[in-house]
Every structure is written in C-alpha cells, then in structure tokens.
Design a protein around this ligand. Structure first.
Ligand code: NBP
Length: 472
C-alpha cells in the first residue's frame, strides 16, 4: 500500500484547511485528531473524494506515513502542544520531522527544538497567518528551526504558501524559536492596526455621525490608496457594510465591545519591554483591549466621571477619504510596522536569529492578516538599507511623516477636546514627537535619581560619571 506524504494532527479550523491545501498541491495526506468523531466527519464532508486518509490511533497514523515522516501539528498552543509532542514522539523514528504550526510561545519552541533535535528528530516551529481562508488558499508561513529540517520541507511549504510577484510567502526565518517569534511580532502589529481602524471608526461615528455604509465608503476609498490598501482595511469595509439579519441595521453595533488580549499580542509587548524596544502604538492597542474588558466598570464610571461635552471637529471630506483622519491612520499604521520591526531588529541580535528583514517583509506581502501595499515600501526600504536605524528615517517614510503629522496632530487634538479616547493615535503622535526631539526631559529624571539614590549622571559637556549633593 502506498504511504502518504504528509500527516496532520489537529482538525481545528486551521488544520482542516491546511491539509486540504497540502492535498490540492499534490501531497497525499493522513489526518489524526484527538476526538475521532471529528476525523470521521471531516473525511465524510470536506475531505471526501480527496487523497486524504484518516487514522484513529497515533500508531495507525505513523504507519500510514512515508518515511521520513513530515507531520504538521495544528493544536492549541501550550500544554496541548507538549502533550501531542510527548504522545507522538513514542512512535517517531530517526529523521522524522514535526512541525508546530500553532501560535506557540517562542521560548517553548526553543526548548522543543533542542529536545527533539537531540533525539535525531527534526522540529520546526512555524508561525502561520491568514486565518481559515489563508490556510486553505495559501497562508504566509514563518518557519524556524535547523536549516536542515527546513530544507526537508521547503518544497511542501513553497507550494502551500500564498504567492506574490516575487515568490512564495514562506522563507527560512532562522534557528530555534525565531519563526514563532516573528509570528508573535506579526500579531502585535496586527493588534495595532486593528485598534487604529477601530479608532477611525469611532471618530467617524461619534464625531461625524456617519452610518455603517458611509463609513464603509471611506474604508473602500482608503483601500484604493497605496498607503492604506490592505487586507484589514478591506475586511473593515465588509464588517461595516454587514446588516443584522434580524432588523436590517448595522450588525457591528450589536456586537459586545470587549476584546481579549492573551497570547501573541501580550507576548509582543513583554518581548519589547525585555529587549528595550519602544512600542507605544502596539502597547496602546493591547491596553485598549484590557480596558475594553472592563465593561461593567466602564458602565458605572460613565455616570460618575464627567468629561467634556462632545464637540464636532473636521475629519476631512468623506468623498476625498477624510484626509485628516487618513493622515492619522496612515502614520499610526506606519508606526505599528516600525515598532514591530524594531523588536525584530533587537531580537535578531539578542537571540542570534540573524533575521533577514527584506525576506520577512516579502513573506508578509501575501496570505497574512497584515498584508498591505505598504509592505512593498518596507521591502524597498530594507533593500536600499538592510540595517536601517529606524524605518521612520527611510526617505519615503520620512516624507509621509512630514506631510501627515499636521493631520495626525489635528485629529488627536480634536479627539482630546471631545473627550474621545484614541490611544493608538495619541501614542503614535507622542512616539513621533519624542523620536524627533533630540533633547528630552530625562536629564531631570537623572538628576532626581542622583538626588535620592546617588545613581550618578553623565554630563553633556564632560565625560565620566558625576554625583552632586543636591540637598544641602
Ligand atoms: P484550536 O486552537 O481551537 O485547536 C483545536 C485542535 O486542538 C483540535 O484538533 C483539538 O482536538 C486539539 N487539541 C486540543 Br484544543 N487540546 C489537545 C490535546 N491536549 N491533545 C491533542 N489535541 C488537542 O484550533 P485552530 O483555531 O485551528 O488553531 C490551531 C492552532 O493554530 C492554535 O495554536 C492557534 O493559535 C493557531 N492559529 C490559529 C489561527 C486562526 O485563525 N484560528 C491562525 C493562526 C494560527 P479536539 O478536536 O479533540 O478537541
């Protein structure tokens, strides 16, 4: 009996679609799921008539696979992934390769790569982005581990990945947990852009009094521009146009305003703090989700804590894409990418990942949630200067900042006066204003630290460490 080329463990949303993708690309497959009824249902429905077999036990699963085996795990990150690795390891033989496509914490992946490779198995920790549709039609994939393990699955991944004009949206990211690290930062950038678009929506609705279709028209306009054309802008338009089947009104207005923030967004911010990366826009998006979860408290606070009377201000002509608001959205999106890239730059050195930034920009151009036309500009910036100090200093991005900063400032000032929170816009404005200020007030912070703790300070006019008796 001929054996299958590819094995999948975990028939969740992602697993189902990825195995259909592999099969469509010519890789006969075997699937295993902890709950066998899901395997049966899949084989009878979406898997029917395809070159996909099922297995009830892990023994049966490995027996049906060609050697060396190539097995993709798409299960919940954390202890579920450890449990699956432990169970399947009993059945693996030298040279077999396990790929974890879940959203695993990169330090878990470091540990697993070391453990599995020491047993002569291959192990790849691979970030996968694109949701269900991307998984089926072609996701962006970020595999990390040993180069030898990557080489063993390169042809499979190249076929499964989304394709853009300069190749498939997959590349060897680097050693250890680098693939999952890059996916984590991808998700941090995604948090930022989602919150930025939500802030734009809030201002359109509360300041300009627009309805779902009117707002969707502006998002549609933005999606035609080089600066904002992106998957997230495209789906925002679709969300705003969708009506509730019960009463025909805008469905988005019926949705509870609470968003979770566990996992990759949180890990992005923790990593940024550990690495000393300044990521205020991304952090603001995470904090906005934390604040959103305090629904009951916010309902009480609204009647006790009084803000300014909501005043209208000009966000720009909707038929011209609300230019001032667009300025705020463009600069905040650029800041999200720049801050994510700064984390990668520092991590590349700190963890010896040796990340190739032009390749990462290239594989984010298709398939993934943060795909956008802006990534072509980011790729160009890295091609012109592979190790830029900060994306904001690239000539094209600097032009964007110089021309759009007045618009962002106007929007933040208006929102502050109207008492409407715009945490990502505000953080971006502070980020840019801080970054373009050569003298910040931390000289006084240093003076205070020396005053109470004799921490010493440096002088701008003399080398060395200095201490002063500040309180005589
Ligand atoms: P889920 O995260 O919901 O995981 C479902 C799968 O995990 C099922 O097959 C389930 O088996 C299996 N599983 C669990 Br839960 N605990 C297990 C255990 N202890 N042992 C064995 N199997 C176990 O599915 P998903 O949304 O497809 O996500 C899969 C992975 O991909 C996750 O890490 C996720 O973070 C990541 N991811 C998701 C997306 C997305 O858009 N959904 C995108 C990118 C990455 P069962 O059927 O027996 O319960």
């Amino acid at each position: 009996m001929t054996k299958a080329h590819f094995g999948l463990i975990g028939l969740g949303v992602m697993g189902e679609n990825l195995v259909l993708n592999a099969e469509r690309n010519g890789f006969s497959s075997v699937v295993y799921n902890r709950t066998f009824s899901k395997t049966e249902a899949f084989l009878l429905q979406r898997g029917a008539g395809k070159n996909i077999d099922g297995a009830k036990t892990l023994q049966e699963f490995v027996d049906k696979l060609d050697r060396p085996r190539r097995i993709l795990m798409m299960v919940k990150a954390g202890s579920a992934t450890d449990a699956v690795i432990q169970q399947i390891s009993t059945y693996l033989e030298e040279g077999d390769l396990l790929i974890d496509g879940g959203n695993s914490l990169f330090s878990d992946t470091e540990r697993r790569v070391a453990e599995l490779e020491s047993k002569s198995f291959g192990y790849i920790g691979m970030g996968v982005s694109g949701g269900a549709k991307g998984a089926l039609e072609g996701p962006s994939m970020m595999p990390g581990g040993t180069k030898a393990s990557y080489d063993a699955i390169e042809s499979l991944l190249n076929k499964m990945a989304a394709q853009v004009e300069d190749g498939p949206c997959v590349t060897y990211i680097g050693p250890g947990g680098s693939g999952h690290f890059v996916k984590t930062v991808h998700n941090g950038i995604e948090y930022g852009i989602e919150q930025i678009l939500a802030e734009a929506y809030d201002l359109m609705k509360r300041v300009s009094g627009m309805n779902g279709d009117q707002m969707a028209d502006v998002f549609s306009y933005w999606n035609q521009t080089e600066e904002l054309s992106s998957y997230l802008v495209e789906i925002t338009e679709a969300c705003l146009r969708t009506k509730d089947s019960i009463d025909g009104n805008d469905l988005v207005e019926k949705i509870m305003d609470k968003a979770g923030q566990k996992g990759t967004g949180l890990w992005t911010v923790i990593s940024a703090l550990e690495l000393g990366a300044s990521v205020p826009t991304i952090y603001a998006s995470l904090n906005a989700r934390v604040m959103s979860s305090l629904k009951a408290q916010r309902q009480v606070a609204e009647s006790i804590l009084k803000g300014p009377i909501l005043s209208k201000f000009d966000l720009g002509d909707p038929s011209k894409g609300m230019p001032q608001l667009m300025d705020a959205v463009v600069l905040s999106s650029i800041a999200s990418y720049a801050q994510g890239i700064e984390i990668l730059r520092l991590a590349s050195d700190e963890y010896n990942y040796d990340l190739d930034m032009p390749s990462i920009a290239q594989i984010w151009k298709g398939g993934c949630i943060i795909r956008s036309r802006l990534l072509k500009r980011i790729q160009n910036a890295f091609n012109a200067n592979p190790k830029p100090i900060n994306l904001l200093l690239d000539p094209w991005f600097a032009d964007q900042i110089n021309s759009r900063l007045p618009g962002l400032t106007h929007v933040v000032a208006g929102a502050v006066e109207a008492g409407i929170p715009v945490p990502c816009f505000t953080s971006t404005l502070d980020y840019i204003n801080s970054y373009r200020t050569s003298r910040l007030p931390q000289n006084l912070v240093q003076a205070m630290r020396d005053c109470f703790g004799s921490h010493t300070y440096e002088r701008i006019d003399n080398q060395g460490k200095f201490h002063t008796d500040w309180i005589k």
